[in-house]
Design a protein around this ligand. Structure first.
Ligand SMILES: [Zn+2]
Length: 211
């Protein structure tokens, strides 16, 4: 009897265990393709169609990297910057890669829909950029892209209201790796995990836009 009760307790505990990057990543692997970027990413620009894509002042930062978050998964750390163009040219805001690369993942559904681009660097290493909260996606896995390829468009303020009103911006991640297949975006719970996979996008952009 005691044994059964113990077993039941253990099973219950296992069942209610909080998801972690390691336990959740396999769910997102099917959305990933191991595509190879055709060219080296050398020119880095802002992800929007603004008058000067090398000018960091042409974006408005709504939320900073490393912030505490209770949305989607309670207590996670914000792995991105949330941004919009300072002066949008049109009401429908297009999203573009910040450098040349290949689309390696399109995952999640509406209001969290995400495109990930893999970039090859001059030293042969790879890195990734991730674009989240996309209303419409125009690319697919395995597609080579340049700074001019329109990946997607953002939610309008009106469309965002359907989900509580906080999705009409780009959640931009700059990633050292993508071994979590995307779930680290909402399951990063401490500084070590943050440093393991993510660059501070604002610092990254400020440095790279000058080159
Ligand atoms: Zn965000």
């Amino acid at each position: 009897m005691i044994k059964t009760a113990l077993l039941t307790t253990v099973l219950l505990l296992l069942n209610f265990q909080k998801p972690t990057i390691d336990t959740d990543k396999d769910r997102w692997k099917p959305y990933y393709v191991d595509a190879v970027p055709a060219v080296v990413a050398s020119n880095w620009v802002l992800p929007f169609d603004v008058s000067n894509r090398k000018d960091i002042k042409q974006i408005k930062v709504i939320s900073i990297f490393g912030d505490h978050r209770d949305s989607f998964y309670k207590g996670h750390i914000h792995t991105a910057i949330d941004i919009n163009p300072l002066k949008p040219k049109t009401s429908l805001i297009g999203v573009y890669p910040i450098a040349k690369g290949v689309v390696c993942s399109v995952h999640l559904a509406e209001n969290q829909r995400t495109v990930v681009v893999k970039h090859k660097l001059a030293d042969g290493k790879v890195m990734f950029t991730s674009y989240k909260h996309l209303k419409e996606v125009y690319v697919s896995q395995g597609q080579q892209v340049t700074e001019q390829t329109k990946l997607a468009r953002l939610f309008t303020k009106q469309e965002s209201k359907k989900y509580g009103g906080d999705y009409h911006h780009l959640h931009l991640e700059i990633r050292k790796n993508f071994d979590d297949y995307g779930c680290a975006s909402w399951l990063t719970m401490n500084q070590k995990q943050l440093d393991q996979r993510f660059y501070n996008p604002l610092i990254f952009l400020k440095t790279k836009l000058k080159s």
